[in-house]
Design a protein around this ligand. Structure first.
Ligand code: ATP
Ligand code: MG
Length: 398
């Protein structure tokens, strides 16, 4: 949880610097919110969604990603009146997958979306935000930014025809899923995880050759913007996003440290999405990052402050310790108080908890209005008047 929280808190520091405000969307939505925009031929919709009928007979789905839900929220709250919008979110996602290192059925994402900016500088902005967060986490230098363009609708049509031509020649070698994709959305074949499909994709035509001049110009500006900010990238013509509404820029920060689960932050432009979902045609670009994968890559954050162990001996000591614990906690100390056990047992417990100090409250000490404070790192022990305890303990606050 400490690692997990460090990832989210780092994102929360950097997102506002770019003007991204935190948003929360429901963990489940009507199935249509996801299935149409994500695309019926994608892995997510074909195999990975947790979908069920609720008690009213409505089909609902546990969210598999953020973008569709955020766009749904923008449309249903009429937020398209105040573009551009910059949103940041973090929370659980659900996909029916084979669980393994870095791949879970409930996992968590941080997410950033820039809605209403059609200029290529918008693509650069979201990538720069992602890079800053990865940099602050110490992950950027161990990841590589892969970059590609899917062009505009015209480019896609030309490329689509070329791909259909190519894969149709080799249809007998394709996986069953990809034969279905060939008819409905051939681009998705490039995203397949099937080995035979991957081998065939390696020799498939490149998108590059089918880009319209306008798409080529757009991509050139994205690249120039990244260069201007000193963000290094590698062109990756095989990078297609698993979602149908992506246009132009597609990107992915990939690391080799997590085996085959190497994608830590991925996204792209989705100019067609808002229209597909029944809202006004509005451009958008964004990304999502897997919190568990990032958490595996970051240094262990500092543990919580070490505790002060209260060690009462006898009924009177216990009564004093019970109130003292609350008093010290209100003053900001982390306090441990066990409700049973003799001196020896309680001191062992203090050791096990790696407490910073122990306050021993026995009958003899109490008679003198004192308690014994033991520094558990040095073993030094001294009697302290109860009224001066807080002062004496201040240096142990952690
Ligand atoms: P992959 O190719 O690894 O399946 P994806 O293309 O399905 O990734 P996206 O939909 O782009 O992933 O999600 C964005 C990020 O969320 C990924 O880059 C990854 O870090 C994380 N992620 C996706 N699926 C999972 C999962 N099942 N468990 C943990 N993290 C995940
Ligand atoms: Mg996946």
């Amino acid at each position: 949880m400490r690692r997990h929280r460090a990832v989210v808190e780092t994102a929360r520091v950097h997102a506002p610097r770019f003007g991204y405000e935190e948003i929360a969307t429901p963990i489940f939505e009507f199935t249509d919110v996801f299935s149409r925009p994500i695309g019926e031929t994608t892995d997510i919709v074909m195999k990975e969604m947790y979908t069920f009928a609720d008690k009213g007979g409505e089909e609902v789905t546990l969210r598999p990603e953020y973008t569709a839900g955020i766009i749904r929220a923008v449309i249903s709250n009429g937020l398209t009146q105040s573009l551009p919008l910059r949103f940041f979110a973090s929370g659980p996602m659900f996909r029916y997958e084979r669980p393994q290192k870095g791949r879970f059925r409930q996992f968590h994402q941080i997410d950033a979306e820039l809605i209403g900016v059609k200029e290529p500088q918008g693509d650069v902005e979201v990538i720069a935000l992602g890079a800053d967060i990865l940099g602050a986490l110490g992950v950027l230098s161990r990841a590589e930014l892969h970059l590609n363009t899917l062009g505009d609708a015209d480019s896609r049509r030309g490329y689509r025809d070329a791909l259909v031509g190519y894969f149709t020649q080799h249809a007998h070698k394709l996986s069953e899923d990809s034969r279905r994709r060939l008819e409905r959305n051939p681009l998705r074949i490039l995203d397949s995880k099937d080995e035979a499909d991957i081998a065939l994709s390696a020799a498939a035509p490149h998108f590059e050759e089918y880009l319209t001049p306008a798409s080529r110009e757009f991509f050139g500006q994205v690249r120039a913007g990244l260069d201007a900010l000193g963000i290094r990238y590698k062109l990756d013509p095989r990078l297609v996003r698993g979602l149908d509404y992506y246009t132009h820029t597609a990107f992915e920060f990939v690391t080799t440290e997590l085996g085959s689960q190497g994608a830590v932050l991925a996204g792209g432009r989705y100019d067609g999405l808002m229209g597909v979902m029944g809202g006004p045609e509005t451009p958008g670009v964004g990304w999502a990052a897997g919190i568990e994968r990032l958490a595996l890559m970051i240094a262990e954050p500092a543990p919580p402050p070490r505790t002060i162990a209260l060690v009462p001996i006898g009924a009177e000591g216990e009564a004093v310790a019970f109130k003292l614990a609350q008093d010290l906690r209100r003053d900001g100390f982390a306090v441990d108080l066990a409700y049973s056990g003799n001196l020896q047992k309680r001191m062992r417990r203090a050791d096990r908890l790696k407490a910073r100090a122990a306050v021993i409250i026995g009958d003899d000490e109490l008679k003198r209005g004192q308690a014994a404070v033991r520094d558990l790192d040095t073993g030094a022990q001294s009697d302290v008047p109860l009224g001066a305890l807080k002062e004496r303990l201040a240096s142990f606050r952690g």
